[in-house]
Design a protein around this ligand. Sequence first.
Ligand code: CMC
Length: 431
Amino acid sequence: MGDDKKTAKLTIDGNEYELPIHTPTLGPNVVDIRKLYGQANVFTYDPGFTSTASCDSTITFIDGEKGELLHRGYPIDQLAEKSHYLEVCYLLLYGELPSAAQLEDFEERVTKHTMLHEQMQFLFRGFRRDAPPMAIMVGVVGALSAFYHDSTDINDPWQREVASVRMIAKMPTIAAMAYKYTIGQPFVYPRNDIDYASNFMRMCFAVPSEDYEVNPILSRAMDRIFTLHADHEQNASTSTVRLASSSGANPFACIAAGIACLWGPAHGGANQAALEMLREIGTVDRIPEFIARAKDKNDPFRLMGFGHRVYKNFDPRAKVMKQSADEVLDLMGIEDNPTLQVAKELEKQALADPYFAEKKLFPNVDFYSGIILEAMGFPTSMFTAIFAVSRTVGWISQWKEMIADPQLKIGRPRQLYVGAEFRDYVDIEKR
Ligand code: CMC
């Protein structure tokens, strides 16, 4: 944490308090209020954390005004174009791009951990066949702690490393099994001789009765979806993982908490909601009706896949995703896809509308990802599960960073209490 001896002065009831200001590598300065309660007996108030840095971190940086996303300093568009998911995983976890030997070793470690304990399939069989894959994932990922006790001691760096690799490796297997279970097909075991993205697609789409070859262009698009979602600074699910982990809970349970948070439509659930919305709009002529609804204060409807807490200009991931959508639909020979047409026209009309311009609302990563995933053959219920697979490395990198910090404290926010004042209990017959 940079510290250039700048301070901020705060006056409360005539008393002046001097608060240190920390200078980051990039981004706005941060006023350190950690001692404020002790000195001045006041809390600060920031529901939704719109102005609060909850930790210091060296992993990911976002400049919302410039539309910039950097992992360990490297911009996401360069990573999406030149790198691939497992290399980005290495970068996020260990801080630097790997050498060829380091990458080979990492890929081998991940590959060797892709299988699940055989007993775990009985857990899947306990769910209803129509369970949403995300519901299964929350349960099964939490249950990893019951199967892999030998990597739950967070104070042991070796166990932390094993747990990390296990989760990155097993998450595609779990998501694919959740999918297979809900469509009544046999589980497909992972293969060690194909890459991470192809392996995931094969586990989702192969059946025992025939050979399955993954199209390299689709596998590259899948890998790009994983890469674009790999980490995103202190978003809601990452903060959930950090908060859950701050109590010392085991990593599998904490990642399950992150998956639960990601599920919501304001976060990872937006990719499913966005495609469902585009389908509901159906034809270009209905767009003005939906734009009017999104602007109507009395209507809870929002344009899903639009807007972001941090990006106020454009989402750099959305640009790559839009290009990928064109490539995939082209490859699949899906010309004049009505959903893509609605998406492009909706984007055009919304961006030309002063409401969206004034509020700085732009398509986010989820606006186009659903179109690609649908073209690949995934049902909407799998979209958020795929996001969870991708984001696992981000959650784990942030978790590892936090646990290794000697200043780690349990996360414990305070509140602005506006409830009843002290009152005596009233016996039931007197109420
Ligand atoms: N459609 C219509 N109006 C919107 C939208 C939208 N998608 N998003 C924000 N607004 C309006 C909102 O009504 C508010 O208006 P006013 O100031 O008049 O009350 C203003 O813009 C600010 O909205 P907010 O909810 O205070 O902003 P936020 O930073 O708390 O929320 C958001 C960010 C992403 C939750 C929100 O933009 C949203 O709900 N978008 C749709 C869901 C979505 O696409 N989520 C995926 C985010 S990217 C992937 C991820 O990180 O998981």
